[in-house]
Ligand binder design. Structure first.
Ligand SMILES: [Zn+2]
Length: 264
């Protein structure tokens, strides 16, 4: 099938504009954008090769800065608009209303209703959860590993979004690449702890031992909270060598999940 050409100016795209928008300009005309990076195209050397965006993993800070600058360039956003986190595997949420001088300390979720603020979560097996309510104009980036899932970080982020006017039914969730259930063997007691919060996370590994599919658990939690759309990126970080995986490689880099509201 030939690629669909992007339509610019007059043409079919004018049909897509609802008439009410022509009669009265919308107060908000914001498009949520969501991006997940991979290893390719950056400046970092092994074992961080090449597009490492994590600043806490032992990589050369100059290389990380260059990679982050490249991320901003490719997303066509201002580098100063990127907001990072000091992730601690907890359930803390920071609501950000403007540019940050540094990462808000010790949180695992960022929420904003501010257009153009670019929220970033760093991962290398944990689940990057990108939430967007395009109607209310509220987005969130969440770092959800085993501990975060157990502590309810995604539910906390959704609650902060609702406080800013989001409606769960309007929220679209993207669960980015992460370790799959087959590759995430855990002790049974740990599986039980997580399954108390996210029942569907309890699965079997490739060899039949207790394991966790965090994305299956999170999808269940999100749907249970009334989230209207949950999409899972099927890629497994352990199996796909284009992605960073701490479980596979130990010392390595981090990819990013990125979400922001773009002025349409
Ligand atoms: Zn896997």
């Amino acid at each position: 099938m030939p690629p669909t050409p992007r339509t610019l100016g007059a043409g079919p795209c004018t049909e897509a504009v609802p008439e009410r928008h022509l009669a009265a300009p919308p107060t908000r005309s914001l498009r949520p954008r969501r991006v997940v990076t991979d290893r390719r195209g950056g400046r970092s050397s092994s074992p961080y090769d090449a597009f490492n965006l994590g600043g806490h993993v032992g990589d050369d800070p100059d290389d990380v800065a260059a990679n982050r600058a490249r991320l901003a360039r490719e997303l066509r956003v201002d580098p100063g608009a990127l907001v990072w986190m000091e992730q601690v595997h907890g359930a803390g949420v920071a609501v950000v209303e403007g540019r940050q001088a540094g990462p808000p300390p010790a949180v695992d979720a960022l929420v904003t209703a501010e257009p153009g603020l670019v929220l970033c979560v760093l991962v290398a097996d944990c689940v990057p959860v990108l939430l967007a309510d395009p109607v209310a104009g509220v987005v969130a980036a969440v770092h959800a590993g085993r501990e975060g899932v157990r502590q309810g970080v995604v539910t906390a982020a959704l609650g902060a979004m609702v406080d800013l006017g989001a409606r769960p039914a309007d929220v679209q969730a993207l669960l980015g690449p992460a370790v799959c259930g087959a590759d995430y063997e855990v002790p049974r007691a740990m599986q039980v702890q997580v399954a108390r919060v996210a029942r569907d996370a309890a699965v079997r590994s490739r060899t039949g031992t207790p394991a966790l599919d965090l994305r299956a658990g999170l999808a269940q939690v999100l749907r249970g909270a009334g989230v209207g759309q949950v999409v899972t990126d099927p890629r497994c970080t352990v199996e796909d060598r284009r992605l960073f995986s701490h479980r596979r490689d130990g010392v390595t880099g981090r990819q990013a999940g990125v979400v922001w509201l773009d002025a349409a």
